[in-house]
Design a binder for this molecule. Structure first.
Ligand SMILES: C[S@@+](CC[C@H](N)C(=O)[O-])C[C@H]1O[C@@H](n2cnc3c(N)ncnc32)[C@H](O)[C@@H]1O
Length: 260
């Protein structure tokens, strides 16, 4: 599963899929809101767990925080290193290779942790959640940006696939959600569509109570489109975010938890 994240083409493809100029506005708002909801004090250290090419580490560092970025992929970390240096933020961001299912940090190491679109790609998701819950300090916050199984997008996709007789069956149906395995750049890419309430219950059993849940991107169908239809959907995503459409219809949600 790790191989797909070490491919240069994966980084390039995700840049095209997710970081369209119209979407940049959304990410700027969403990361700023996340930091506000987490109530991170000025100058604090924030862990970006699964930082990928570092785009959100850069946003957090620009907001005045110190960032510890970790990722399993050396290719991603290499991109992050260069992008952070290009933004003149190398003194604010420290990068380290690490697997979320086996964190080398001591218990209660961080007051503020976020993980954006990462555990959705980890088959052993319980281990990653256990590890994240372990390293947050009592009174600290954990933010998770996750896919939502019940999203409108998924209902449309399931209906289209049913009509085309190409159903998409999950490999795993667990308490936490449905797990799928896709092919990307000739490698396997795992993807969970989570049941948000089950994630909330799972973390509650580990001492983290839900503090906030809100809409992320309304739809990801834009990735499969071009030109005007794509721009229209991206603008709709921004609109839905600004006007806080209900989280349960959106393809991604932000969850913020507080540790007792
Ligand atoms: C979709 S990208 C998101 C990257 C970044 N958070 C962002 O939003 O731009 C998923 C990232 O998770 C990382 N990842 C996947 N499995 C991981 C694991 N077990 N431990 C640490 N990072 C992992 C991948 O290398 C990749 O950089």
């Amino acid at each position: 599963m790790k191989a797909v994240f070490n491919q240069q083409t994966t980084v390039e493809q995700w840049d095209v899929d997710y970081y369209h100029p119209i979407a940049i506005k959304y990410y700027d708002w969403a990361v700023t809101d996340m930091l506000r909801i987490m109530d991170v004090p000025p100058g604090a250290t924030v862990l970006d767990a699964g930082c990928g090419p570092g785009v959100h580490s850069i946003r957090v560092a620009k907001a005045g925080y110190q960032v510890q970025g970790i990722d399993i992929s050396e290719t991603m970390l290499n991109h992050a290193k260069h992008r952070i240096a290009d933004s003149n933020l190398s003194d604010r961001v420290n990068l380290q290779p690490m697997d979320l299912t086996q964190l080398s940090f001591a218990n209660h190491s961080f007051g503020y942790v976020f993980s954006w679109g990462v555990i959705i790609h980890i088959p052993a998701v319980e281990k990653a959640l256990d590890e994240l819950a372990r390293i947050v300090k009592p009174g600290g916050k954990l933010a998770l940006y996750l896919t939502n199984r019940d999203a409108f997008d998924h209902k449309i996709e399931n209906m289209a696939r049913f009509m085309l007789s190409k159903p998409l069956s999950p490999i795993v149906r667990s308490q936490l959600g449905d797990g799928y395995c896709y092919r990307m750049n000739h490698e396997d890419l795992w993807l969970w569509r989570f049941d948000g309430d089950s994630i909330v219950n799972y973390l509650a059993e580990r001492g983290l109570r839900l503090y906030y849940r809100g809409i992320g991107e309304l739809s990801e169908i834009q990735r499969r489109l071009d030109g005007f239809p794509r721009r229209l959907l991206l603008r709709l995503n921004n609109f839905a975010y600004r006007w806080r459409f209900p989280a349960n219809i959106a393809t991604t949600n932000l969850f913020v938890f507080e540790k007792k």
